[in-house]
Ligand binder design. Structure first.
Ligand SMILES: Nc1ncnc2c1ncn2[C@@H]1O[C@H](COP(=O)(O)OP(=O)(O)OP(=O)(O)O)[C@@H](O)[C@H]1O
Length: 533
């Protein structure tokens, strides 16, 4: 018979008592402080393997058979029976290091009574080798952070679409800026962000009112950034490029994205999809729809004959509505939409040079944001498709951020075709989407199924958490308690090439870029000292 007293207790905090390949349980003294989310190392001395787990639940437990022992009159005495009263801890397995120090999925179980301890940064040092290039924060445990273990996404995975899910005020803007700064630093793919509030480029106010810095303050990474703005002041002050789009960049489907249309109006726009933008806008601006009759050439300008002939059989009222929408489109976007002169090729070039491209349109509103995003996305998709035909080598990678993505990627929205195309086939051409939303349950599940990276920053709503957990490629269901208790600036990240979902404390942007600027300065100083070779 096994002699339990013979087990070495020196240095061993706790011992594993069960239960299966997919679930660990151990007990700790009743006064021990452990938290949900704490990372554990389970050293299997019998097989020579190191297992890792994460605390998912902690409960009161004891050795007494009587279920009411703790409410009996002499309860106080029981507290002196320290060894019979303890905490039971449940943990989820993360994986294990085999004898060759290779990290494996948890397909076996540690020996009974293996030694369990809270993992240190040294224990988890091997994770550094599994991380990617795009640093976003440090690994978090239930009680704090593991300073030596940065969390960094793999650049190659980014064209396979990512989702950022955050309730308002949980630190989504901060995350996007930290992510962008790391993209500027690494320059491994292009990142497009349309910024309707003008906060990402030069900074502004956070949702709680403090002033924050912007991407231009990451001076050491400045050549990884291109900003296209409508603001004269910013062109002068920061030498940003001017944002210009021209009529020919527009397609009929852009109107579908911005306005609600009847079936007949949608039919008109579908028929006109291949008509170039200048012709489309010219036709609707120059034709009088009170008298328009496609069968009578005298009722429309001669140069629009081909377009007019498409429109036989449509009611003039239908065309009038579209003419009005064309007028609203050109007027409301007049700050950057002109008959000719477009910066779109420069924008796509900057993305192909693997820079972060910010489209800075302060105070322009939602329609302008979506319009600019749709026009640029279409051009990116077009270029990348052409690339596939014309050249042997792979196209460059581009990631397109879509904030409040439920607006354009909701279930059943046929009006937002270009974003759906990017979601469904973009990865073949190196085009990824970064879907940012507070309401994942309002995103088309087919789009969610395409995402390979999930950044979850606190979701209060059970429906939202369930849909995220069921769409992620790694099992997030066991992390539900942790996701519910995430604080501002904390995230659970599930992505390809990092073997388990990692809880992360996202860097605070201002501190992160201060560090990156310092690192660059000190490496320059060192270079000057030693000479560059
Ligand atoms: N990683 C972090 N560490 C510490 N504080 C953070 C972190 N991220 C965000 N915060 C703080 O939380 C507050 C809200 O952050 P932020 O503006 O990024 O939220 P948000 O989710 O973008 O809000 P909204 O959706 O309203 O725009 C800010 O005061 C910011 O300083």
């Amino acid at each position: 018979m096994m002699n339990l007293h013979a087990i070495e207790t020196e240095g061993a905090a706790f011992r594993l008592i069960g239960t299966s390949v997919l679930s660990y349980r151990f007990i700790v003294p009743h006064d021990e402080l452990l938290c949900v989310g704490d990372l554990l190392k389970i050293q299997d001395g019998v097989k020579g393997l190191a297992f890792f787990g994460k605390v998912t639940d902690i409960l009161h437990d004891c050795n007494f058979a009587d279920p009411k022992w703790d409410t009996r009159p002499y309860t106080r005495q029981f507290y002196q029976m320290g060894e019979d009263v303890f905490l039971g801890v449940d943990a989820v397995p993360l994986g294990y290091l085999d004898r060759e120090k290779k990290f494996r999925r948890p397909n076996t179980i540690p020996a009974k009574f293996s030694q369990v301890s809270v993992a240190t940064a040294d224990d988890l040092g091997f994770l550094r080798g599994l991380m990617g290039e795009i640093e976003v924060g440090v690994m978090k445990t239930g009680q704090g952070v593991l300073e030596g273990v940065p969390v960094a996404l793999h650049a190659r995975v980014m064209a396979q679409h990512m989702g950022v899910f955050a309730t308002t005020g949980m630190g989504k803007s901060n995350f996007m800026k930290v992510f962008s700064a790391s993209c500027m630093r690494e320059k491994q793919f292009g990142l497009l962000i349309v910024d309707p509030h003008g906060e990402y480029a030069a900074g502004g106010r956070s949702s709680t009112g403090e002033s924050t810095k912007g991407l231009i303050h990451y001076t050491a990474g400045r050549d990884g950034l291109a900003v296209f703005t409508i603001s004269d002041e910013n062109v002068k002050k920061y030498s940003f490029s001017r944002l210009r789009l021209e009529y020919d960049d527009v397609r009929a489907s852009d109107l579908n994205l911005l306005f609600d249309h009847s079936d007949a109006q949608r039919d008109v726009l579908e028929l006109l999809e291949d008509v170039n933008g200048a012709e489309l806008i010219g036709f609707f601006q120059e034709t009088d729809f009170e008298t328009f009759d496609p069968a009578k050439e005298a009722t429309y300008p001669k140069n629009h004959k081909a377009t007019a002939e498409h429109l036989r059989g449509f009611h003039p009222g239908t065309l009038k509505v579209i003419a009005r929408h064309v007028q609203i489109l050109t007027r409301t976007n007049a700050a950057f939409l002109k008959p000719s002169g477009s910066a779109i090729e420069e924008i796509v070039d900057a993305l192909e040079e693997n820079r972060v491209v910010l489209i800075d349109i302060p105070k322009m509103g939602e329609r302008s944001e979506l319009f600019a995003l749709s026009v640029i996305t279409r051009r990116i998709m077009q270029r990348h498709r052409e690339w596939g035909v014309a050249r042997e080598e792979e196209p460059p990678q581009v990631l397109i951020a879509i904030e409040e993505a439920q607006r354009v990627l909701g279930a059943g929205g046929r009006r937002t075709q270009i974003f759906r195309e990017a979601a469904m086939e973009g990865r073949k051409f190196g085009v990824g989407l970064c879907v940012v939303t507070q309401q994942p349950k309002n995103i088309d599940p087919r789009v969610l199924a395409q995402l390979n990276t999930f950044v979850v920053m606190g979701l209060g709503d059970r429906g939202d958490r369930d849909i995220v957990a069921s769409s992620a490629k790694q099992d997030l269901s066991r992390m539900d308690t942790e996701i519910q208790t995430l604080d501002t600036g904390e995230a659970v990240i599930s992505t390809l090439k990092i073997p388990f979902p990692v809880s992360t404390r996202i860097h605070l942007f201002d501190e992160y870029i201060a560090r990156l600027n310092r690192e660059r300065r000190s490496s320059l100083d060192e270079g000057l000292h030693r000479g560059f070779s």
